[in-house]
Design a protein around this ligand. Sequence first.
Ligand code: AMP
Ligand code: MG
Length: 413
Amino acid sequence: MHDAATFPIGLSVAEARARIVEIAAKFPLPTESVPLAAAHGRVLAADVIAPRDVPGFANSAMDGYAVRGADLPSAGEKAFHLCGVALAGQGEIPAVAPGTCVRITTGAPLPPGADTVVMQENARVDGDTIRIAAGTVAGANVRAAAEDYAAGDLAFRRGTRLSPARVAVLASFGLAEVRVVRRPRAVLLTTGDELVAAGAPLAPGRIPDSNCHSLAGLLGEHGVALLRHERLRDEPERLRAALVRAGSEADLVVSSGGVSVGEADFLPRLVAQIGEVYFWKVRIRPGMPFLFGRVGAALAFGLPGNPVSGIATFLTLVRPALAAMSGATAPAPLYARLAGDVHKRHARAEYQRARLECDAEGRLHARPLAHQGSGMLRGVAEADALIVLPEDGREFRQGQVVEVVPLPGWPGL
Ligand code: AMP
Ligand code: MG
């Protein structure tokens, strides 16, 4: 395979990522309108311009009394005649004339004539007379119309991922639906003669398929709709058929295993025959045999079978492709200080498993864990993040700032 290859082999992580993003951007996902109830976590397909002011009308920020600021006492106390009540949701709001006040609740429209709300804690009720103490500033406790969003404001750019608060903003605009990028659709293939479904009896030499769970979970966490998972033996014809079928149905095919140079590693040759290999092997640890290609209309990601390699290459190389296909804004990188010295024995970029700890001064520290083997799930299961040790360094000192890639689940929300 190596000798006859017509595609690049052995890219740096940066080169691999740049190539992936460049190609994935040529596979844009279609867009669709969804009701707000289904919009959480989705990527906006177009800029959102505020169609109206929020709030739409001046209203009270407190339960209290609406008055004219000019009437307020500068010292002591002053009596106001209570001339009505303004409740949230009420259409008819009484006006405030000089020397009078209106009882008002939070969210009620500010009565005509009033410009200030006195908190009820600063007022004494005496029948129809309200005695208001000095201290409230004219204009206090009023939410001005359009103070949050004014009609015409650019609220969100396309590519923004919709968080609960962002969906709430769309609701406050009075929108019922929003145009988002369709979820990427994936087929997941786990390959290996040794694999059996978790819970099934284990014949000698067999192991439970754990990657189907880590990878399905990662896909789900990244907003991907999983069309199907297939567990396949290392049989080229079966693999070929599964790849062809996946390539005709999915936006991406994620496979695990069979992508290295062993006797049972058929994936590079099959992808090259059926579709196209963009590159093979990345100077990354764990995960070196990673393959990026295309089968049919689907992008193909050949992840190595080692459990940690699959997770590390998903986060570093598959995730940027998902963002590029969706036009999603990439999250800002996260950095932490090493909590101990680290020695790297090789010239590849290394993604070490680490715990993140924040100290009382607000500094984030990354503490490398034991169990750093690429087959050791324990290290990654106990980790909060992967520490990025770039390929050109060997010695990394305690206190040195490094990039960290948080694992789904950190910081525990
Ligand atoms: P491969 O990339 O196929 O050479 O597999 C590398 C290592 O990962 C081997 O020890 C496999 O047994 C293991 N492995 C491959 N696929 C899985 C899987 N789905 N779940 C757990 N371990 C796996
Ligand atoms: Mg294998």
